[in-house]
Design a binder for this molecule. Structure first.
Ligand code: ZN
Ligand code: ZN
Length: 389
């Protein structure tokens, strides 16, 4: 069964590191519905903002995501809700990571890890704590793979104790990323396969998609080295494109299309290459709200304006230091807000969902496979032994 054949739904407020599941738009409609009807108020509204932010992030709508995170942050602070605060920092870390501001990504993940440790040891293994560890591993993997692996190993250990398959799938995938960056493609691929299997067993299309993307990058490396032919990467990327399209992960769809263009070129299909390149480039990329140059293509320090638009840190005016920016009106110096399109009108009130799911939409998760875990751990220790130089 392929990923796209899964068709499950999740409650929008999940609290995992990536609370987004398939049917992002359905999730958004539930979330907006909850906000619209002011269900619960207080930190519940914060959780809804967090959910909207996380879904938007997955859809590549970065300033919308930032807007949600800012609102969720304010709610968490107003209600002294540390668990919500932790989740917001995990989300913010992921946003900065995707836009390639590693410094900020690590700082936010570190804040989440601190919150996850909590005041007493009973708090040590909550799912939020595990999500914070995973996010730290994700943020560090490009810069300090050794540290990233340590965070991964700890998350894996805690996932095994808690029987948390979702954390397990993501930790194995991030461990795969670490191996890939160390150019240990064989080990990376094995990790991605395990992560894909775990994601599939859970019906977690996002986890599956992320693992598939890792595997696709490995295949691309092997293809460019001439170690495999173009067929398998072509087939695999085509399948991944379907999954990413169904999830709505725009940035990933763009990357996959560019990869496919390379494969078509290598196969001598210039027309096909031109076609997918065109559709890739038609995808809007995030831009700095002041200088309008693209952000996220190269690593650079970034910042968020009070209006939630994102800019290069270098483009931030002096007068907009963190403190003074808080209360300032965002429009004046933000090109995005000043453009005829902006500022964005608030979303129209959504129609009420016709029916809410009858059953709590998590089945019983399958048990952790000891054999998998053992092989992951032994991989780590053997790697540790060989890479201590
Ligand atoms: Zn700029
Ligand atoms: Zn703005």
């Amino acid at each position: 069964m392929t990923a796209s054949e899964h068709n499950d739904e999740r409650t929008p407020v999940d609290g995992q590191s990536s609370p987004v599941a398939p049917h992002a738009n359905t999730a958004l409609s539930y979330a907006r519905h909850a906000l619209y009807n002011d269900c619960g108020g207080g930190s519940t509204a914060g959780l809804v903002h967090l959910t909207v932010a996380s879904v938007s992030l997955e859809l590549g709508a970065f300033s919308k995501a930032m807007d949600g995170f800012q609102k969720a942050l304010a709610a968490a602070q107003a209600h002294n809700d540390n668990s919500l605060l932790l989740q917001v920092y995990v989300g913010l870390s992921e946003l900065w990571r995707r836009l390639r501001d590693t410094e900020r990504a690590v700082a936010c993940a570190a804040r989440a890890c601190d919150l996850g440790r909590g005041p007493n040891s009973a708090d040590l293994n909550t799912r939020h704590h595990r999500a914070a560890l995973l996010q730290m591993a994700a943020a560090l993997r490009a810069r300090e793979p050794g540290d990233a692996r340590d965070y991964c190993t700890e998350a894996l250990r805690l996932a095994a104790v808690a029987g948390d398959q979702g954390c397990y799938a993501r930790a194995v995938r991030i461990a795969g990323d670490v191996y890939r960056r160390k150019c240990d493609i064989g080990k990376a691929l094995r990790h991605y396969e395990v992560a894909m299997g775990a994601g599939q067993a859970l019906g977690d299309r996002l986890a599956q998609m992320e693992a598939m993307d890792g595997a696709a990058r490995c295949l691309e490396a092997l293809r460019l080295q001439g170690r495999i032919c173009n067929c398998r990467p072509l087939e695999f990327n085509t399948r991944l494109l379907e999954v990413a399209t169904s999830v709505g992960a725009k940035m990933l769809v763009r990357r996959i299309r560019l990869r496919l263009a390379g494969i078509y070129s290598a196969l001598g299909d210039a027309a096909g290459a031109a076609r997918v390149t065109r559709s890739a480039l038609a995808t809007a990329t995030p831009r700095c709200a002041r200088c309008r140059r693209a952000i996220g293509d190269v690593p650079a320090p970034l910042a968020a304006l009070p209006c939630a638009h994102i800019v290069h840190h270098a483009c931030l005016p002096e007068s907009w230091s963190r403190r003074s920016a808080r209360g300032a009106a965002g429009g004046a110096e933000c090109a995005e807000c000043a453009s005829p399109r902006g500022p964005r009108a608030p979303p129209p009130a959504p129609p009420a969902p016709r029916h809410l799911p009858q059953e709590f939409p998590f089945g019983t998760p399958p048990t952790l496979r000891d054999s998998d875990l053992n092989s992951i751990f032994s991989d780590h220790s053997s790697q540790q032994a060989t890479s201590s130089v």
